[in-house]
Design a protein around this ligand. Structure first.
Ligand SMILES: [Zn+2]
Length: 586
């Protein structure tokens, strides 16, 4: 290691002092291999010269404003990202930048799954283990700090190796404007005026009720208002914040950032490794890790955290989101209550609680890993299709073959990447790569933005209004609200739902049969009643109901579709349906 660095330094010195043009310097350096420098050292010098001259293979030509490259290691929790980052850093003269939102916190090594220092093999680690637990660290903080560090690391002619499972941190770092910069426009206002405005806005956001916030958002950014549910205070607040802080609506900003030409969006040449394991194998590993954490001192850390809880602690933010903290709450509450009340603890009860909490922690960890994979596939992968971004999936399913399947492959690719050599096709690396690297859906964000809007199902709305007009109590003027679906997923679900399909059938039949539909429907019920083929209690009730109507009004008899819940008040029943549909999550 040591003499390797020395050789590199010698060559670097030569390169800097050389009066030759970069190309001939490169040629000359090739001849130096026999001086004891390894190929890696030569590669490094070549790299340096390319950065400095923007020449050679042309990889960086015309992109002098771009940072030199970085490596990023992504993947789910517990898959071995930290190991790979250290191996890469060792081979490439790298320094590791942590991109895990929880590992920034000081201490708490177990609950945040920090790589023990003795296993870091003297590789410099940044942005890890520095933040007190009562502080928050935002993605914007991360981006600013990491960009600064990357510059410094490049200045030392080292390679930044960014590693972490907080993938939106990495995304915001490698791509411009993937997250909205909410820096203030340095505009007309003085500092004091700005401060005053900020506090007015903060007060408004904090103290207004959600509906007021929603109305404000409808006024300043109707597109985003349309996208969020009117009760979703968090998202509404966020959109308003963007407006207050930038003076532009969030939807305008999103549109703007996605119309930036592709080649300007990537911030620096990036080589990304996705350490991947199949879910079932990973689950077993994660379960074992939770057990090891419990044995290894997790409880001591949680106790320490509980001692630091303040009246304003928000468990959805900062370190408190760490999986394990909330999950063991019932166990620790039981222990603490026993101590407070000065009564002996029920060992059996506590052991059961502990086992339950452990199980919950395992479940949450597995769910988190799943979400991480979804993020990579749905958010990062589409961005990676841009020409400069290489994303290589490494098969870490079997730890026995880690060296040949993960470490060696990554090291070779990374070296080739920085040397400007040609790289393998990512899909060809292993059997999972082809499957997982296929982009599932286009990330046309502007189109997605529009499709996220609330949608009215005109079929269900129309049919419910028809039913309402027919069955509402005399004199009822209460209007039936439209059937509104939030978000594309709910929309898909709605289209597949029994309710919607029934309404669609009824509408088609009504269009075919005209006013006779009501009569036919009543006849159908009668017939099926005779045959005993009314297939549910609800249908029987519906039949009775329709029969009453048919008797009362020959020419206009019948019933709605067969899904009455047996309510005596169809209007009320419909309302419930509407409420259920409208309550679909975004
Ligand atoms: Zn519908």
């Amino acid at each position: 290691m040591h003499h390797w660095r020395t050789a590199t330094q010698k060559i670097l010195q030569f390169a800097y002092c050389s009066p030759l043009k970069p190309r001939s310097t490169l040629d000359n350096i090739q001849k130096l291999v026999h001086c004891g420098a390894r190929t890696a050292a030569v590669n490094k010098v070549q790299r340096t010269i390319r950065y400095n001259s923007g020449s050679a293979t042309g990889q960086y030509t015309g992109k002098q404003d771009m940072e030199p490259g970085v490596i990023a290691v992504i993947g789910t929790t517990g898959v071995g990202k930290s190991n790979l980052s250290i191996q890469l850093a060792k081979e490439l003269d790298g320094e590791v930048i942590n991109a895990d939102a929880l590992q920034v916190y000081k201490g708490l090594d177990i609950i945040t799954n920090k790589m023990p220092i003795e296993e870091r093999e003297n590789i410099v680690h940044h942005l890890i283990d520095f933040l007190p637990m009562d502080r928050e660290y935002s993605v914007l903080d991360f981006k600013a700090d990491a960009l600064d560090l990357i510059k410094q690391i490049h200045g030392r002619k080292h390679i930044p190796v960014i590693v972490g499972g907080t993938h939106y941190y990495i995304q915001s770092l490698l791509w411009r404007d993937t997250l909205l910069d909410t820096k203030k426009n340095p505009g007309m206002l003085s500092e004091a005026e700005q401060q005053e405005q900020i506090s007015i806005h903060e007060k408004f956001l904090k103290e207004s009720d959600t509906l007021t916030l929603y109305k404000k958002l409808q006024e300043v950014d109707p597109i985003m208002a349309n996208k969020w549910h009117e009760n979703d205070r968090r998202k509404i607040t966020r959109s308003l914040q963007v407006y207050f802080e930038t003076g532009q609506s969030q939807s305008d900003l999103i549109k703007k950032q996605h119309t930036v030409p592709d080649n300007e969006r990537l911030r620096m040449p990036s080589c990304i490794f996705w350490v991947y394991s199949t879910q079932d194998v990973l689950n077993a590993r994660l379960d074992a890790r939770v057990d090891a954490m419990v044995k290894g001192g997790l409880f001591e850390e949680i106790k320490g955290m509980r001692a630091n809880v303040g009246p304003d602690t928000d468990y959805e933010r900062g370190i408190w989101q760490a999986i394990g903290y909330k999950e063991f709450d019932s166990y620790f509450t039981a222990v603490e209550e026993a101590i407070r009340d000065n009564r002996p603890t029920d060992t059996n009860e506590l052991e059961t609680l502990k086992a339950e909490c452990t199980e919950t922690m395992k479940t949450r960890t597995r769910q988190y890993a799943k979400r991480q994979v979804l993020w990579i596939r749905n958010k990062l992968l589409p961005l990676c299709r841009e020409k400069d971004v290489k994303l290589f999936l490494l098969d870490a399913t079997s730890l026995d073959t880690w060296k040949e399947n993960v470490e060696n492959v990554a090291v070779k690719i990374a070296k080739d990447f920085f040397a400007g050599n040609s790289l393998p096709a990512p899909e060809s690396l292993n059997s999972y790569a082809k499957e997982m690297l296929t982009v599932q859906r286009d990330l046309d964000v502007v189109a997605a933005l529009e499709s996220w809007e609330k949608r009215e199902c005109t079929i269900c709305t129309e049919m419910q209004r028809i039913m309402h007009d027919k069955y509402a109590p005399q004199g009822s003027v209460e209007p039936i609200p439209p059937v509104i679906i939030h978000g594309p997923t709910s929309w898909e679900q709605h289209l597949r739902s029994k309710q919607h399909r029934k309404m669609r059938t009824c509408k088609a039949e009504m269009e075919r049969d005209g006013p006779n539909w009501w009569y036919f429907k009543a006849q159908e019920y009668k017939k099926r009643k005779r045959e005993g083929t009314l297939n549910s209690e609800a249908e029987t009730v519906a039949f009775n109901h329709s029969n009453d109507n048919a008797d009362n009004n020959e020419s206009n008899s019948g019933h709605n579709s067969s899904d009455s819940e047996g309510s005596d008040n169809p209007r009320k029943m419909r309302r419930t349906d509407i409420a259920i549909e409208a309550a679909e999550p975004v």
